[in-house]
Design a protein around this ligand. Structure first.
Ligand SMILES: C[S@@+](CC[C@H](N)C(=O)[O-])C[C@H]1O[C@@H](n2cnc3c(N)ncnc32)[C@H](O)[C@@H]1O
Length: 230
């Protein structure tokens, strides 16, 4: 879509990158499409504690006590819900896991038990034209203002992570990091392997955003994005 519009992406920002698996995919895709891009990836924390729990389980806990992932019998269990979970029964497993393991996981991490692990994959950390920063999207970062031709927020700007007023602030910050007219903003949420709901916006001359494309039924925060940039 961006190449079709003759757009050149020189700088891109990926928000909330976690281990960076999808960031690496974004970098590969932009390069394959011919963009000579410098990609910055941010996350509020790029380190976490891996703690060992009863019943042979483990959990990965951020410094602020947010559980990123559980491991139960060698299988990953995400603490956040996906629509598909209703069909696979995963929501029942999650409820059980959260009920039994959440508190001990947070307590152990707060006590400094377990081991500290770097979240960003080594492949991404060593990729050319990539840099990462620890940054909280709910706080405005002057160093990132007006710098990026593309900002992507995948599985981040939604009500699972933020209260409504904090979500608005985070969206306002993401928009403020766009480089100006012609820049792109992609907000997407994945509900299942092939179920992507998202919206691709582009900045107009007057600074407002317009919808260029929709994936699935579009982003659930589309109306907030349009409102914040209006
Ligand atoms: C569900 S993961 C998404 C990872 C990746 N973007 C993807 O789609 O696969 C959400 C990430 O957002 C990060 N995050 C949560 N709150 C944040 C905040 N306020 N600022 C920056 N990153 C945040 C979390 O640490 C986590 O790594």
């Amino acid at each position: 879509m961006m190449s079709r519009h003759g757009s050149r992406i020189g700088t891109a920002l990926d928000l909330g990158i976690s281990s960076g698996v999808t960031t690496l995919e974004l970098l590969d895709r932009l390069r394959t499409a011919g963009h000579d891009v410098q990609l910055t990836g941010t996350d509020r924390s790029v380190r976490a504690r891996l703690v060992t729990l009863p019943f042979g389980c483990r959990a990965l806990v951020e410094p602020n006590g947010h559980v990123l992932q559980y491991e139960v019998l060698g299988q990953a269990v995400r603490p956040w819900e996906r629509r598909l979970d209703r069909w696979t029964g995963m929501h029942i497993v999650r409820r059980l896991v959260e009920g039994r393991l959440r508190e001990p996981a947070i307590a152990q991490a707060a006590a400094g038990q377990g081991t500290e692990v770097a979240l960003i994959s080594p492949r991404l950390r060593h990729a050319d034209a990539f840099q990462w920063l620890e940054d909280d999207i709910t706080q405005r970062s002057p160093a990132m203002l007006g710098r990026f031709d593309l900002v992507r927020a995948a599985n981040l700007l939604n009500l699972h992570y933020f209260e409504p007023d904090v979500l608005r602030r985070a969206i306002g910050n993401a928009i403020a990091y766009l480089s100006g007219p012609g820049a792109w903003f992609l907000v997407v949420r994945t509900h299942g392997l092939a179920d992507h709901q998202g919206t691709l916006f582009r900045m107009k001359e007057n600074g407002a955003l317009t919808i260029m494309d929709r994936y699935g039924s579009g982003s659930e925060v589309e109306h907030i994005v349009l409102d914040m940039a209006g």
